[in-house]
Design a protein around this ligand. Structure first.
Ligand code: SF4
Length: 216
């Protein structure tokens, strides 16, 4: 998830978080979802979603590139300010990665990994993880779930390897109030639009990443 790759390198250690997060409940009580995106970005994202709606199959390469760009931006404006993720920790890469087929094809288009659909064991590490280094081998092209799961627990567990247990949260956990316009509400709109368009047009079930890819 957000624990691998170059954007992880410069994650400051906000001292107040070390003091605050002793339990999961305390982490979730954090007021992460405050503020709204800058006006120019609000407009840009709204226009993008309006144009994208109902046109899920139109240039998926462009749509996914922009969708991921907005997810990353909105995560950086909210949850990522509080995340304690760091490079080398791949704890999130053990959980299920429910993704759209179009996201698997996007990875195939941009990396050496080929889609080979097959029901596989969905437990254990993601086949696209470099287990030795904890790096994601397709970081730039990773699917939406890998961008929205994070941990905000105790930073003393930073980068202690993939086997350290962290409390993992999806961005959905941090929405302050349903119906309120906020950074996270924009982010959820982006995710919902992606899912709604590609599910409706392709009529396919969302599958775990391991359905599309194996280690080889
Ligand atoms: S694609 Fe796999 S290795 Fe990469 S971030 Fe997602 S779960 Fe981790």
């Amino acid at each position: 998830m957000r624990t691998t790759g170059e954007r992880m390198k410069k994650q400051p250690t906000p001292p107040e978080i070390i003091a605050r997060f002793k339990t999961t409940e305390e982490a979730l009580a954090l007021d992460i979802d405050h503020g709204i995106p800058p006006p120019d970005k609000q407009l840009e994202i709204s226009n993008f979603l309006e144009n994208f709606n109902g046109k899920g199959t139109t240039n998926p390469d462009y749509i996914l590139k922009k969708t991921y760009e907005y997810i990353d931006l909105l995560m950086d404006l909210s949850v990522n300010k509080h995340a304690v993720c760091s490079r080398g920790c791949a704890h999130c890469c053990k959980i299920k990665v429910d993704m759209l087929e179009v996201e698997a094809l996007y990875i195939q288009l941009h990396t050496k990994f080929m889609v080979k659909k097959k029901q596989r064991d969905t437990s254990g590490y993601c086949p696209l993880l470099n287990k030795k280094t904890g790096d994601c081998r397709i970081y730039k092209y990773r699917p939406a779930p890998c961008r929205i799961f994070t941990t905000v627990d105790n930073p003393k567990y930073w980068a202690q390897g993939p086997d350290v247990n962290h409390a993992i949260f999806s961005v959905h956990s941090f929405q302050s109030e349903e119906g309120k316009k906020s950074v996270i509400s924009y982010l959820l709109d982006v995710l919902d639009t992606l899912e709604a368009n590609y599910q409706r047009t392709k009529d396919i079930k969302i599958q775990d990443l391991r359905y599309y890819f194996s280690k080889k």
